[in-house]
Design a protein around this ligand. Sequence first.
Ligand code: ADP
Length: 307
Amino acid sequence: MTRIVAIGECMVELAPCPTPDTYRAGFAGDTLNTAWYLRKMLAAEHEVAYFTAVGHDDMSQRMVAFLDAAGIVTAHIQRRHDSTVGLYMISLNNGERSFSYWRGQSAARRMLDGEGALQAALAGADMAYISGITLAILPDCDRARLLHGLQVFRDSGGKVVFDPNLRPRLWPDGAAMTGAVMQAAAVSDICLPSYEDEADWFGDATPDATAQRYRDAGVGLVVVKNGPGEIMVVADGQRVTFAPEPVLDVVDTTAAGDSFNAGFLASYLDDGDLERACVAAARLAAHVISHSGALVALDAPPLVPAP
Ligand code: ADP
């Protein structure tokens, strides 16, 4: 049995309905999306937990109930009296999606306030999963505490998985973002960057350069995603490339990378085979981008594009 703890922020998502000015409330967030897909992909004996903070209000309770219903362990979620969960709203203009966020004061930003809460969540776990968004939302001192906690976890045999998920809007400037990302890489065993973002912010000339930069930071296994392009995996003495099957009718790329990560990890944990993990990851991501929304049922029928 493997126990995985994903650490980050789940938000309320307001998605537009066909009736004007009507929105449907759901829940999503990068690390939560990965946890949700991991729960679906892994056999029942494995455990997927989520570590975050929420409020005591109705929406916070509903969020935790949603995670519970998905089979995600919520026992270590912090509950705060002074704040609530963050929110984002999707707007559609001529088919183009744009996002508005209300997350600046969210409870998740204070998830490390509780003394010993992270240590309790990681006790007995095999794997911790974080992203660049997890890093971005924390105050500087709490980010340092998180990275220290992950180093201690690693020293006791735990594995740390990190998706840099670069979001410059969440950082004061590019240098703060790239600096924190490389600090997190230094405590990570598996890193799952997306080449396009990495090229923009680190100036990597090729996916190989991205892989090498993380390898140089001490990461054992680097998986470089590249949209529809070739996936590259580099580990000790191994270099695997894999061309994902093209998806011709992309409906919504939300959670492409998050679902890819879950597909990769579930398969890799199963048999350690890198090529098979790429196949599983690309297949899950292809399914997700062929549907609307971040969280897509694995048995959702393919959407038929409008004639
Ligand atoms: P992110 O969402 O983190 O930016 P990417 O855009 O690199 O991540 O996409 C993650 C994965 O989703 C890719 O490695 C690939 O497997 C799949 N994917 C994304 N776009 C396409 C596409 N147009 N066709 C096929 N697969 C895609």
